[in-house]
Write a protein that binds this ligand. Structure first.
Ligand SMILES: [Zn+2]
Length: 369
C-alpha cells in the first residue's frame, strides 16, 4: 500500500518492516571504495568537533527510523556494519514517545559501545518524512506525526558526539553511491520500490534536492493521467502502479485474496496466473514510462532500483530493460541495476553521513574535510 498521507515520505523497503536484525551481516565484507567517486565537501553540516576517534578505527552509531522498526548499527569509516540492533518504533504511542525512544535507544547504544571498548565517534540518523538536512530538523512526518523537531540539536546534546541527520531514502542513496550499486557513477537515480516510491537524484555521490528540498519524488510522476488516485491528490502516479505496496495491494484486490506481498505476485507469474501477469506487466510498463521521462530529464548513467520489488531480480529487471528499450527513440538509456545494500542502505548511509562529521584520514568516496 502506498502511504496516502505522505507523498513526500520515504518509501519503506517492503522487507524492512519485519526483517530480522542483521546480525548475520556482522562479518559482512566491505564493498570497498572505488577510485573516481568524487564526493564534494559541503553537502553535510560542518564537523562539530574533532574527536579522539578521528583517525584509525572506531565506529559511528547509525539509526534508521522506520514506521515499524528502528534499525541500529555500528558502522566503520569504510562502511562496514559490525553490530546491529533493532527496536520497535511503536508509532501508536504518538510522536513524542517515538522521539524519546530514538534518543533513549541511541544513548543506550553509545554507552554500550563505550563499555565494550568501541566508543562511537559520531552518530547518524536516517529519518522518514520531510527532513531539512542543513539544519538537522525533522520538518514533518505523517507516518510518525512529528513536526519541526530539532533532531540534530536534541540528539547532539544527549549523546555528546557529532550528529548527522539524513532523510532515509537519500541516506540510502549515499550508501549505494559510496559502497553499493552506485559506485563510480557520475549521476544516478536511486529508486526504491517499497511500500511507496521515493527516490534520490545522486550527482557525484551527493543527493541533489533542489532549493526546496523536494526533489527526487519519482513516485509522484504522473505516468497514467486520469489513472489510479494517489494520496498526494493526483491521479496516475508511478507509486500507484509500480511500488511493491501497489503491486501487492492491487493483486489482492483483483484476485480477492489476502495481501501476501509483491514477491508472492512475482512468484505467481510462473504459474500462469493471469491476474498476476496483468498487474506485473502494468507495473513494469508504467515504470518503463517513468524511466523514459527520467532519462529525458536527467540523463543518468545508471538507475539503481531497490526496495521490495527489486528483490524479484530478473523477473523485474529483464522485462523492464526490454520495455524501456522498446519505448526509447533518441534516448541514451541508463544502465539498470538492482541496489546492493537492501534494507540496510539507510542505516549504512546514516553511518557514512556521521563519519563525514569526523575529520580523519581521507578515503576515496569520503567527504570528510
Ligand atoms: Zn502521487
Amino acid at each position: 500500500m502506498s502511504d496516502p498521507e505522505q507523498p513526500a515520505a520515504a518509501p519503506r523497503h517492503a522487507r524492512a518492516a519485519d526483517a530480522p536484525a542483521g546480525d548475520v551481516l556482522a562479518g559482512q565484507e566491505s564493498a570497498g571504495h572505488v577510485p573516481g567517486v568524487h564526493v564534494p565537501a559541503g553537502h553535510v553540516p560542518p564537523a562539530h568537533a574533532a574527536d579522539s576517534q578521528a583517525s584509525g578505527g572506531g565506529h559511528a552509531l547509525a539509526l534508521d527510523v522506520g514506521g515499524t522498526g528502528i534499525k541500529a548499527g555500528l558502522v566503520t569509516r569504510d562502511g562496514r556494519l559490525t553490530r546491529t540492533w533493532r527496536r520497535a518504533t511503536r508509532i501508536e504511542r504518538g510522536p513524542q514517545a517515538v522521539i524519546d525512544t530514538i534518543a533513549d535507544f541511541a544513548a543506550e547504544l553509545v554507552d554500550e559501545a563505550a563499555a565494550e571498548g568501541t566508543p562511537v565517534a559520531a552518530a547518524g540518523f536516517a529519518l522518514p518524512g520531510i527532513i531539512d538536512e542543513r539544519t538537522g530538523v525533522g520538518v514533518f512526518s505523517a507516518t510518525v506525526g512529528w513536526r519541526d523537531v530539532p533532531f540534530r540539536d536534541l540528539l547532539g546534546a544527549r549523546l555528546a558526539v557529532p550528529v548527522a541527520i539524513g532523510h532515509d531514502v537519500r541516506a540510502g542513496g549515499v550508501a549505494e553511491a559510496r559502497i553499493g550499486a552506485g559506485r563510480g557513477s557520475a549521476r544516478f537515480v536511486f529508486l526504491p520500490l517499497g511500500t511507496s516510491i521515493g527516490g534520490a537524484i545522486m550527482i557525484d555521490g551527493v543527493p541533489n534536492l533542489g532549493p526546496h528540498g523536494m526533489g527526487g519524488e519519482f513516485g509522484h510522476i504522473v505516468v497514467r493521467p486520469g489513472g489510479l488516485p494517489c494520496g498526494c491528490g493526483l491521479h496516475g502516479c508511478l507509486a500507484q502502479y509500480s511500488s511493491a505496496g501497489a503491486v501487492a495491494a492491487r493483486y489482492a484486490a483483483a484476485a480477492g485474496t489476502a495481501n501476501t506481498g509483491a514477491l508472492d505476485v512475482a512468484a505467481r507469474l510462473a504459474t500462469g496466473d493471469p491476474v498476476a501477469r496483468r498487474i506485473w506487466d502494468e507495473a513494469v510498463d508504467v515504470l518503463a514510462d517513468a524511466l523514459l521521462t527520467t532519462a529525458a530529464l536527467l540523463d543518468p548513467d545508471r538507475v539503481v532500483i531497490g526496495g521490495g520489488l527489486a528483490e524479484a531480480g530478473d523477473t523485474l529487471m529483464r522485462p523492464l530493460a526490454e520495455a524501456l528499450g522498446a519505448k526509447a527513440t533518441y534516448h541514451v538509456l541508463p544502465e539498470l541495476v538492482t541496489a546492493e545494500l537492501g534494507d540496510l542502505a539507510g542505516c549504512l548511509g546514516a553511518g557514512l553521513l556521521a563519519w563525514d562529521l569526523v575529520p580523519g584520514d581521507s578515503m576515496p568516496g569520503d567527504s570528510a574535510p
